[in-house]
Design a protein around this ligand. Structure first.
Ligand code: SAM
Length: 246
């Protein structure tokens, strides 16, 4: 049973209040690094897995992508995405990422921003992405960093006065579900090691071109000094890869 937390009214309301949900990509801490991994989108057919409010879909069309398909499990997220554009070049589809069934060679670029840590089998999804990408096509995705997902609590260890001492990492090698405490609490995420992400892609025959563990930009740190602790441990893991051209 796939978790559809974003359709829970209380969770949706909290998520909608987040800075990135209001300000969009420029207020997303890792966007500068994600954008740097994207290929030229001009005339490309793009698939966005776990598209949420559709920020990346709309960006792709601004970059002259030929067509964009956004997939998400949450009807509430898709309704907001659909209400934000009347662009006929974007199609939103209600589906779990795990259930996608596109034709071979249907896309030139597949992206996924902060959704694949909700998927139990990265192996299965990797194979489906590989199949629907054309030769030479690109996959770019971000997930919560495995150092971040290892412990379900996802909290700093604090001193007696509440000062953040360090980020605890434990049970890193034990892959599987985590009931994370986030927003309204109890969100099911899947922890995998960095090696599993990378090796699954290699075994699927992707050629990995870049990994990124971004920190907030200096401008963001001026605007939001509270983000400085996100320079102390990786929050996001971004991977870009290419399907071989033969
Ligand atoms: C953190 S939000 C990210 C949204 C968007 N990609 C962004 O970066 O702004 C995660 C999104 O993934 C979707 N999601 C989670 N699990 C999913 C699944 N198994 N299949 C499809 N979508 C899923 C959620 O509904 C939510 O819209």
């Amino acid at each position: 049973m796939k978790q559809n937390k974003y359709d829970d009214p209380e969770f949706f309301a909290k998520y909608s209040e987040m800075r990135r949900s209001i300000g969009g990509l420029d207020d997303a801490q890792e966007w500068h690094a994600f954008r740097a991994l994207l290929p030229d989108l001009h005339h490309k057919r793009l698939l966005d897995l776990g598209c949420g409010f559709g920020w990346h879909c709309r960006y792709a069309r601004q970059q002259q992508a030929r067509s964009v398909v956004g997939v998400d499990l949450s009807e509430k997220m898709l309704a907001r995405a659909a209400a934000t554009t009347d662009d006929p070049g974007i199609e939103y589809r209600h589906s779990a990422i795990e259930d996608i069934d596109f034709d071979e060679n249907e896309f030139d670029v597949v992206i996924s921003s902060l959704a694949l840590h909700y998927v139990e089998s990265f192996h299965l999804v990797c194979q489906k992405i590989y199949r629907c990408l054309g030769a030479g096509g690109t996959l770019v995705f971000s997930v919560e960093h495995p150092i971040f997902t290892a412990l379900a609590a996802q909290q700093w260890c604090c001193g007696p006065d509440g000062e953040r001492l360090h980020w605890p990492v434990d049970v890193y090698q034990e892959e599987g579900p985590r009931r994370a405490r986030w927003l309204t609490g109890d969100v099911l995420k899947y922890h995998r090691t960095v090696a599993t992400y990378v090796n699954t892609m290699i075994e699927t025959d992707f050629r990995i071109s870049r990994l990124s563990e971004p920190v907030p930009t200096p401008e963001m740190l001026v605007e939001q000094p509270g983000l400085k602790d996100d320079c102390r441990r990786p929050t996001f893991l971004l991977i870009a890869a290419v399907k071989s051209a033969t």
